[in-house]
Design a protein around this ligand. Sequence first.
Ligand SMILES: NC(=O)c1ccc[n+]([C@@H]2O[C@H](COP(=O)([O-])OP(=O)(O)OC[C@H]3O[C@@H](n4cnc5c(N)ncnc54)[C@H](OP(=O)(O)O)[C@@H]3O)[C@@H](O)[C@H]2O)c1
Ligand SMILES: *[C@@H]1O[C@H](CO)[C@@H](O)[C@H](O)[C@H]1NC(C)=O
Ligand SMILES: *[C@@H]1O[C@H](CO)[C@@H](O)[C@H](O)[C@H]1NC(C)=O
Length: 244
Amino acid sequence: MIGILLLLLPFLLYIAAPQIRKMLSSGVCTSTIQLPGKVAVVTGANTGIGKETAKELAQRGARVYIACRDVHKGELVAREIQNMTGNQQVLVRKLDLADTKSIRTFAKGFLAEEKHLHILINNAGVMMCPYSKTADGFEMHIGVNHLGSGVTTYSVHPGTVHSELVRHSFFMRCMWQLFSFFIKTPQQGAQTSLYCAITEGLETRSGNHFSDCDVAWVSAQGRNETIARRLWDVSCDLLGIPMD
Ligand SMILES: NC(=O)c1ccc[n+]([C@@H]2O[C@H](COP(=O)([O-])OP(=O)(O)OC[C@H]3O[C@@H](n4cnc5c(N)ncnc54)[C@H](OP(=O)(O)O)[C@@H]3O)[C@@H](O)[C@H]2O)c1
Ligand SMILES: *[C@@H]1O[C@H](CO)[C@@H](O)[C@H](O)[C@H]1NC(C)=O
Ligand SMILES: *[C@@H]1O[C@H](CO)[C@@H](O)[C@H](O)[C@H]1NC(C)=O
């Protein structure tokens, strides 16, 4: 009996996969707002969640800057988004978050080009990459994900998403592949970033952590002002930025 059940299980899971994925990927940005005249920057928008986020912002008429370290990859994606959305205002600029010089050059260039930045999506990030250091000598994860991206207004968890994020781990790649029926597509993964970026009236909830297009739970350490202050000060110190 148990043997039969075990045999049937993979089959049942396969049949139920669409429902399970839907259950696990609740949270859709339902705003119908259009964004003509708005300027957006999405870091790491050449693939994964960032690419889907950039596409959606372009679809709504914003001028979208794809900020990525590989300009060639960026251009290909920009063409693709222009083609799909009909919005020609999709631009590519070089940004390597593992190099504070590159970040400053990017910022200077942007300030010279644009008067306003309405939407900033700090999306770029690495996971489980082999031990390596940024141009400034920081360990890669802390250097790119935390110091490189800066301290942001909204923090967002996209859920577990099928993307290139697990590229450095063979084991994780296998797991992702195995469970790819259940985990979010990049388009689903982009929903919470979009929700925070474009939903009107969300300002009052600034500073919260979001998941599945809703405010999410944060551990006591994550809510502790003293710890937050220390992290801020240490980060400024590491980057040689005067503390306020
Ligand atoms: N997928 C998930 O399940 C999941 C879960 C939790 C959080 N997240 C977060 O969601 C964000 C997007 O992840 P994803 O799943 O879309 O992963 P992804 O497909 O690997 O995309 C990551 C993007 O970040 C860029 N990037 C990495 N290092 C960079 C650097 N030094 N300078 C500039 N850009 C850099 C990558 O550029 P290259 O293509 O040039 O490497 C790529 O465009 C990440 O911050 C990730 O930590 C994802
Ligand atoms: C997109 O590209 C295809 C060919 O690759 C072309 O036929 C189509 O006209 C393009 N669409 C737009 C909106 O540029
Ligand atoms: C915040 O963290 C500090 C240092 O760990 C601790 O002494 C303090 O009690 C915490 N405050 C709250 C409100 O949890």
